[in-house]
Design a protein around this ligand. Structure first.
Ligand code: MN
Length: 306
């Protein structure tokens, strides 16, 4: 049996889609496979997606099973059910472990800089010539994973291959025209239903040498303007409890912009200095969707040249 699985902490839509769609392909090719995870899906696997009639398999690995890893290659963050020596294939788009896996598996390690691991799984289907037989749900899962991991194609790591995979998969997926908006709005309403959990899930403490506010939270939503209008007070109160120098980056997918909230004056100044844009009454709207890791890189570069 081949067990297709992913990381230990949580399962995002990319990992979830890859496990299910790749196990489906292997089975179709005559290789018995199961999509298995002991981690729970996170908010990117929306209720609509969870309700589709394809799911993970209820299977416990036994001695002799082999493991295929999708959307993960860091051996410290595998699903605990994985036996390292029994890993036979790795499909991932996170950097850092390419060398280890190429040494160990040769061509069975496919680790590339690409928008979504779902694009790599799509390419397996295409190369096998079996795309016309993909289930509607697996096509929909892979397409949604590409949407999510590329932030609707606004991310910096998006490639032509991601765009082509999405367009092709949408022909098999039978999803509505406005699926991106429907999907991201559903994820947004889940975030709004428990803002504290969403803030805590992606909050980091910055090192002083970055020159950034100490507490730096980030969230990705469809419409940041609407979210901020409704919930600004709650957000500011929660962040103020975490420290007296804080910043939140709300990435607005539909507008392809970032909205920054910074309460304390010191935090506003740090942000204005770095982006060379004025912070007006605690808010700064940046012309493009920018990620926290980009600000960290900018901050470090500025502190070196200073
Ligand atoms: Mn991914």
């Amino acid at each position: 049996m081949k067990v297709v699985t992913s990381g230990s902490a949580y399962l995002d839509i990319d990992a979830y889609a890859c496990a299910i769609a790749y196990a489906e392909l292997l089975n179709l090719q005559g290789v018995t496979a199961r999509a298995v995870s002991s981690a729970a899906p996170n908010a990117s696997v929306s209720k609509t997606v969870l309700d589709w009639p394809v799911t993970l398999d209820d299977y416990l690995p036994v001695a002799g099973d082999e493991f295929v890893l999708v959307d993960v290659s860091d051996y410290d963050h595998f699903d605990p059910l994985v036996v390292l020596d029994r890993v036979v294939e790795v499909i991932d788009h996170h950097p850092g472990f390419e060398h280890y896996w190429t040494q160990k598996l040769g061509r069975a390690a496919d680790i590339r800089r690409i928008g979504a691991a779902a694009t790599q799984v799509f390419e397996r289907w295409e190369a096998a010539g079996l795309l016309p037989q993909i289930s509607e749900q697996s096509a929909a899962l892979l397409a949604t994973a590409i949407l999510d991991n590329t932030m609707n194609f606004t991310g910096r790591q998006v490639t032509e291959a991601d765009v082509r995979a999405y367009e092709t998969l949408m022909r098999y997926a039978k999803l509505p025209e406005d699926w991106p908006e429907l999907y991201f709005l559903e994820c947004q309403s889940m975030i709004e239903s428990d803002l504290a959990a969403a803030l805590a899930a992606d909050m980091k403490r910055m090192k002083p040498e970055t020159g950034l506010p100490q507490v730096f939270a980030q969230m990705t939503v469809w419409n940041a303007k609407a979210l901020i209008q409704l919930h600004r007070q709650t957000i500011a109160e929660w962040l103020a409890v975490q420290g007296d120098d804080w910043l939140l980056n709300v990435i607005s997918i539909s507008e392809r912009r970032s909205y920054f909230l910074a309460g304390p004056i010191i935090s506003q100044q740090k942000l204005s200095d770095l982006l060379q844009v004025c912070c007006q009454s605690g808010m700064l709207v940046f012309e493009r969707a920018i990620l926290r890791k980009e600000l960290v890189a900018m901050g470090l570069a500025a502190s070196i040249s200073a």
